[in-house]
Design a protein. Structure first.
Length: 181
């Protein structure tokens, strides 16, 4: 049987045991305690300015600056997309729209110190986003739980017409800001 499950992401407090029984793959988990000393399994949430969307040191990046309201747990910016990032003539590429929505939510999670990494992203395109016109990007935290953060974001024209919306779930990674598999 081919190993279709070579890499499973699991909380660091569990260990995965994989066994082949006949034609079935059986996966079980067992508690194994913390692995604070295992650097191989940790990723720190730091920014060196290289982010494609907000990084000032990325020569190919968008260099977007966001405004965060910590009390309301919201974020916003206005940004004009150049034609280099278009799909169809005069229309922002859908992947760039997704990137703007994702960044609004992820940046807000980061700025609020919630130490979480994206687990899911769902995008709804409503109308084509035009290039060379200011677009308003807004995001907000909708739920905060012990292990999960939920957020939503939108991209709109200056006149308020909503062009795309997104929701995302982020998995919290502990107070020390690390991620482990």
């Amino acid at each position: 049987m081919p190993n279709l499950f070579r890499h499973l992401i699991i909380p660091r407090t569990y260990e995965t045991l994989k066994q082949v029984q006949g034609d079935k793959l059986v996966i079980t988990t067992q508690s194994r305690g913390e692995r604070e000393d295992d650097e191989e399994h940790r990723m720190k949430f730091v920014s060196d300015g290289g982010c494609f969307v907000c990084g000032e040191k990325n020569p190919h990046g968008l260099k977007i600056k966001f405004q965060v309201d910590r009390q309301k747990q919201t974020i916003h910016t206005t940004f004009t997309v150049e034609p280099i990032y278009q799909g169809w003539d005069g229309v922002v590429h859908g992947g760039i729209v997704c990137t703007l929505l994702d960044e609004a939510m992820a940046n807000l999670v980061y700025e609020l110190g919630l130490n979480a990494i994206a687990a899911s992203l769902e995008v709804r395109f409503k109308k084509p986003a035009p290039t060379l016109q200011p677009l308003r990007i807004d995001g907000e935290i909708t739920e905060v739980h012990k292990k999960l953060v939920k957020a939503k974001a939108s991209v709109a024209r200056e006149d308020g017409a909503v062009l795309a919306t997104a929701t995302a779930s982020f998995v919290r990674q502990g107070l020390e800001g690390t991620y482990s598999d």
